[in-house]
Write a protein that binds this ligand. Structure first.
Ligand code: 5RP
Length: 232
């Protein structure tokens, strides 16, 4: 699947046009996007500015010679590009394996169009099929939120760094609870319930935000999904 991931990451890099201000996501698929953007800057003299969604992407972008900016300077973006952990048939997403979900969601919501790059293993019939839902929580609230998740029939697990067993700390200084809700049949309703809980900063549910998904297939082709349809 690595090659499928690569072609998807590269395909979304080719959506960037001269003089755009873009949101740049986080994750191993976006590493390929960054490499392709580096190539396009060198070969095509492509000019654009990027708002990174994490400290990790910021460092990679600086190394790749991608000029950076912020949402403070550009509160509206032309496009945002990012990866995802699961994509359902309505193009709703679970994101957050890289713990960058809050900034990713803010950046995606600031963009006129939001493009997602995945390999086809990320396509699911229903969110929650293969992956728990990452939720960013204020450190002082994690136990209280954990209890509330259990009352909602979720199975929360505090995300730990495997080597040290310390909690993962996000770029915003918070913790991540990975909550297994089973199959998420109504992502919008779940998102609204979770958003109302004090201590939850943001969830990895991205509902109704996606413009199109670029899917790298096992046969090393690109499929584009838009409005519930495969358009190419
Ligand atoms: C980080 C994310 C990533 O975009 C998502 O986890 C996909 O990552 P990868 O491309 O490595 O599979 O949401 O918070």
């Amino acid at each position: 699947m690595e090659r499928a991931k690569q072609i998807a990451g590269e395909a979304v890099a080719n959506l960037v046009e001269n003089n755009q201000v873009i949101g740049l996501g986080t994750g191993s698929t976006i590493v390929y996007t960054i490499k392709m953007l580096e190539t396009r800057i060198k070969k095509e003299k492509l000019k654009f500015l990027a708002v990174p969604t994490s400290s990790c992407t910021k460092i990679l972008a600086i190394k790749a010679g991608i000029p950076l900016t912020s949402l403070e300077e550009y509160p509206e973006l032309d496009i945002a590009i990012d990866g995802a952990d699961e994509v359902d048939p309505k193009l709703n997403l679970i994101k957050g394996k890289g713990a960058a979900l809050t900034q990713e969601k803010i950046v995606a919501s600031a963009a006129k169009q939001f493009f997602v790059a995945i390999d086809e293993s990320k396509l699911v019939k229903c969110l929650g099929q293969n992956y728990s839902l990452p939720i960013e929580v204020l450190p002082c609230a994690w136990r209280a939120v954990e209890r509330k998740m259990e009352r909602m029939n979720g199975k929360p697990v505090l995300r730990l760094i495997s080597e040290t067993a310390r909690p993962v700390i996000t770029d915003n200084g918070n913790f991540i609870l990975d909550v297994d809700f089973g199959l998420i049949k109504n992502p919008k309703q779940l998102e609204q319930k979770l958003d109302a809980i004090p201590g939850i900063i943001e969830t990895g549910l991205f509902v109704g935000m996606t413009t199109a998904v670029y899917v790298g297939t096992k046969k090393n082709k690109i499929k584009v999904l838009k409005n519930n349809l495969e358009i190419s």
